[in-house]
Design a protein around this ligand. Structure first.
Ligand SMILES: Cc1cc2nc3c(=O)[nH]c(=O)nc-3n(C[C@H](O)[C@H](O)[C@H](O)COP(=O)(O)OP(=O)(O)OC[C@H]3O[C@@H](n4cnc5c(N)ncnc54)[C@H](O)[C@@H]3O)c2cc1C
Length: 552
């Protein structure tokens, strides 16, 4: 019997990022993947700003940027009636009144971000990188750590849960042999068809198969050359016969993903309709898939947890699939480490479900709303869209107005990406009313449960780079209060990893609202106050899931 602390089934983005995070926390684990190599399927294409902040924390961001959209390229999205037609609308830098983030290049963002150092912006701009390029980079990083035992071509087969952990059977696909693994925890990162979720009998809630899609992964120089400015990131094509989106996978090397709404059997005929005239292309893969808006009714048990697509499945609008998977595993990694290292309490892991399931449902609803928005403007398209007549012109104008009024939120959703808040037994509210949050703009706040607003310090350091691997107590202003010492001592006694960070900048104190901010290992705020409580033990116990404070 092989033994490990954590067994992860599935090395897609969720499993690989969990593996890297656990390794950095010194947690031994085995990561299994049934296929011999990363999937090579160009599914997701956007890592949003929050995901990129997390990848920076994991020290993998540069490698990810290297395989993504060149950092000097803006993320244009155009709308056309066919690939060979001129755009009827282009979303590009300057379109949005939100400074910098939507549509701008990473270089432009980096040049300006110090100028807008007011807490409203992320530390990192989006990363446009296809899953087929992302997974090998993450795999290489995961394999670098001695804590990780990464086993591709090993399939998770079955498990039994007991009070101290799980016993699993795993198949080595090369030899055909099955072996046993004993682990403290089992994490299901095994995707939408999760075997582990099925075995636990956890149902998915929401809408199933609300639409069908046909996707083509292809190479075409003609598509690259169809736009004099070079291929945009997204090119939305709509005509009375079919609607589709052409996604540029690497902007220079002619690789594209074409997603067509509906089920289409004949690839040649369908692609001819998409392009509007004969185009040369080499087709590598055709897939048919259903649109689901589903969230698991539970995120696991005491020893087994679901993360990523095993826990939720969305339509790609807003890009919430992968980006929520990253939040799942980021939330889970430090809690698993806390339990395994002995400083996390009995209720800490239960807070994973409290926090992520609620976020999962919110994002499912937004994803559905996004799908609806796209389908609404697509359904407006009538045959005279191609006509040079006055009626044709008027129709195009009406369509452009509708798209311009309804579509940009899918790209301009900084408020959703950064502004979500965790509400659970391990977050201590301070009795103040919950501040407003917006979908489009991110409104910085240190209201407990929120992500710490990013700022650059006077010396140019990003505050996120100064946080500890464990908890960080931010002290705004010089401090000689003996209660801080008591708090630090209490953390030492309880073996809770705690770093203190004193900041003496008045504007940051004002932005952060309170003198003390206790930041969790996942950069979310566990507690804030103008004084350390007289009983720091109680505070610490609650944020690590050891007991509950009475609510103020
Ligand atoms: C067309 C399309 C476009 C998308 N675009 C975006 C986007 O822009 N942004 C975004 O955020 N999301 C997007 N998504 C969603 C995104 O691809 C998924 O949310 C993401 O892949 C989830 O990652 P995961 O690791 O949870 O699951 P997966 O990527 O499905 O990985 C699961 C892994 O588990 C392995 N596995 C399964 N069973 C076993 C077993 N028994 N033993 C061992 N291994 C096993 C599989 O081989 C696989 O490698 C898109 C999805 C589609 C279909």
């Amino acid at each position: 019997m092989q033994k490990t602390d954590v067994l992860i089934s599935g090395a897609g983005p969720a499993g690989l990022i969990l593996s890297i995070d656990l390794s950095r926390r010194g947690i031994k684990h085995i990561l299994l993947n049934d296929r011999p190599e990363p999937s090579g399927i160009p599914k997701l294409d956007i890592a949003n700003t929050r995901t990129m902040e997390i990848l920076r924390r994991l020290d993998v961001i540069e490698a990810v940027r290297e395989v993504g959209l060149p950092t000097d390229r803006p993320t244009r999205s155009t709308f056309k009636t066919s690939l060979s037609a001129k755009p009827i609308l282009s979303l590009e830098p300057g379109f949005s009144d939100t400074p910098l983030v939507p549509y701008s290049s990473v270089d432009e963002f980096n040049r300006c971000i110090h100028q807008y150092n007011d807490g409203t912006l992320p530390l990192e701009n989006n990363g446009i990188v296809s899953q087929m390029y992302l997974e090998p980079v993450l795999k290489k990083h995961a394999e670098q750590y001695p804590e990780a035992d990464v086993r591709f071509n090993h399939s998770f087969v079955d498990f039994e849960e007991h009070s101290d952990g799980i016993n699993a059977s795993v198949k080595d696909n090369a030899s055909g042999e099955t072996y046993k693994v004993e682990a403290g925890y089992l994490i299901a990162c095994d995707g939408a068809q999760s075997q582990i979720r099925s075995k636990l009998g956890i149902e998915l809630e929401g809408q199933r198969q609300i639409g069908e899609m046909t996707s083509y992964f292809l190479k075409s120089e003609d598509i690259t050359n169809a736009d004099p400015l070079g291929p945009p990131w997204h090119c939305w094509l709509t005509n009375p016969e079919l609607a589709s989106i052409v996604i540029s996978l690497n902007f220079e090397k002619d690789y594209f993903n074409v997603h067509v709404f509906g089920c289409h059997e004949n690839a040649e005929e369908t692609l001819l309709k998409v392009f509007g005239k004969p185009f040369e292309y080499e087709l590598f893969k055709e897939t048919h898939w259903f649109v689901n808006l589903l969230v698991a009714e539970s995120y696991g048990t005491e020893r087994v947890f679901l993360a990523g697509d095993s826990a939720h499945q969305y339509f790609p609008t807003y890009g919430f699939g992968y980006n929520t998977a990253v939040l799942d595993v980021t939330n889970l990694a430090w809690k698993l480490a806390a339990r395994i290292q002995g400083w996390g309490g009995d209720t800490l892991l239960a807070s994973y479900e409290q926090e992520q399931l609620s976020l999962g449902k919110t994002r499912r609803d937004y994803s559905g709303k996004g799908a609806q928005m796209v389908m609404t403007w697509q359904s407006m398209v009538k045959p005279d869209i191609f006509s040079n007549s006055g009626a044709g012109e008027q129709h195009r104008q009406e369509l452009v107005q509708t798209i311009a009024a309804t579509h940009p939120p899918l790209y301009e959703s900084l408020g959703l990406e950064l502004g979500f808040r965790y509400k659970s037994d391990v977050v201590i509210t301070d009795g103040s009313p919950e501040p407003l949050s917006e979908e489009k703009d991110y409104l910085p706040t240190t209201w407990p449960g929120s992500r710490l607003p990013h700022v650059f310090l006077e010396n140019g350091d990003a505050i996120f780079d100064r946080l500890g691997l464990g908890f960080t107590l931010i002290i705004n202003g010089e401090d000689s209060d003996p209660t801080v010492k008591q708090f630090i001592n209490a953390a030492v006694l309880k073996k809770v990893p705690l770093k203190t960070l004193t900041i003496d900048e008045a504007w940051i104190h004002e932005l952060y609202e309170k003198k003390y901010i206790l930041v969790r290992p996942d950069q979310h705020i566990a507690w804030r106050g103008d004084a350390i409580p007289a009983t720091p033990d109680d505070l610490l116990n609650q944020v690590v899931g050891k007991n509950r404070l009475s609510k103020p």
